[in-house]
Ligand binder design. Structure first.
Ligand SMILES: [Zn+2]
Length: 308
């Protein structure tokens, strides 16, 4: 019963996931958005409002609402260059997060080196004030989600052009049934293991083929971390890390814990059925899902948005 409900909610999210699976290129052009004709209108999509905020609300950090319905006060930027990380797609201005997320990424970047991964290429985190985005994700709204590329960091400081236009490594095989052994390495497993074993991490989303590979490569002992790694559509060239609600954020809504168990073996069968691997195209064009408005978000997000 629960499984059916989970699958249904996954199907509802399929459209959102599909758009996130494309490897969007960045741009070197000025991305300033034109002003909205009627920003005060109650029907204005919240993503249009939050996308126009280029700076954080400079108050104490707070994650407000749920991962896919909320906003972020007091965001901090992950520096675009660290000792063992680099931020990609700078034109998106999505390297913002709750300080806990920044601390987690710095910890993981350091641990990565120790497990033989040269460094992190960090993709989307959140916008300066969080909130819904114009492209790419249903979640990432409260500064507690980060996408990390499955491409090892090159050994030079990337140019602006490389950060905007370089493609991430597709690690799933063409038939979608397993990882591509030409690009998948044991270090991929060790990096995801290191992330999952961090006490701040609530769960990690990867493509089902990647989960299958992790189940196989994890070894006989020390498999508890696999429970946090869950299959999701897309996520075949990056993995998505979600951290817990921070204690300073009383309005942050936690996610129900994942189902118990490693989620290996037959639990993955559903993801490799024909209908999931090759979904039939809709017979008639579906109505696009209505966008969240400011009224759909927690009331505190209005103050975050309106702050100078
Ligand atoms: Zn993500």
């Amino acid at each position: 019963m629960m499984l059916v409900a989970v699958r249904l909610s996954m199907l509802l999210l399929l459209a959102a996931a599909a758009s996130a699976s494309a490897q969007d290129k960045g741009t070197l052009d000025d991305r300033t958005l034109p002003p909205l004709a009627q920003p005060e209108s109650p029907s204005t999509p919240a993503k249009e409002l939050f996308a126009r905020k280029t700076k954080p609300d400079p108050i104490a950090a707070r994650s407000i609402g749920f991962y896919s319905r909320g906003c972020l006060a007091g965001a901090v930027a992950l520096p675009i260059n660290g000792p063992t990380w680099q931020v990609m797609r700078l034109s998106r201005n999505r390297n913002w997060g709750h300080p806990h997320l920044i601390e987690f990424l710095e910890r993981l970047a350091e641990k990565a080196k120790r497990v033989g991964w040269p460094g992190l290429l960090v993709g989307d985190m959140s916008q300066p004030r969080g909130g819904p985005m114009l492209s790419g994700h249903a979640s990432h709204q409260i500064g507690l989600d980060a996408d990390i590329w499955l491409t090892p960091m090159p050994n030079h400081e990337l140019s602006r052009e490389e950060r905007e236009f370089m493609s991430a490594t597709e690690v799933v095989r063409d038939d979608r049934l397993d990882v591509d052994s030409r690009v998948w390495t044991h270090q991929h497993t060790e990096l995801i293991r290191a992330a999952a074993q961090d006490a701040a991490v609530e769960r990690i989303f990867v493509n089902a083929a990647i989960k299958k590979a992790l189940c196989r490569d994890a070894g006989a002992s020390d498999r508890g971390w696999l429970a946090k790694v869950r299959p999701w559509w897309g996520h075949d060239y990056h993995f998505h890390v979600r951290i817990y609600c921070p204690p300073d954020s009383s309005l942050c809504e936690p996610q129900p814990p994942p189902e118990p168990g490693e989620g290996c073996g037959h639990e993955l069968d559903y993801w490799f059925t024909e209908g999931v691997l090759h979904p039939a195209p809709p017979t008639e064009p579906g109505k696009p899902k209505p966008s969240l408005t400011l009224a759909n978000l927690p009331a505190a997000c209005r103050q975050v948005l309106m702050a100078p």
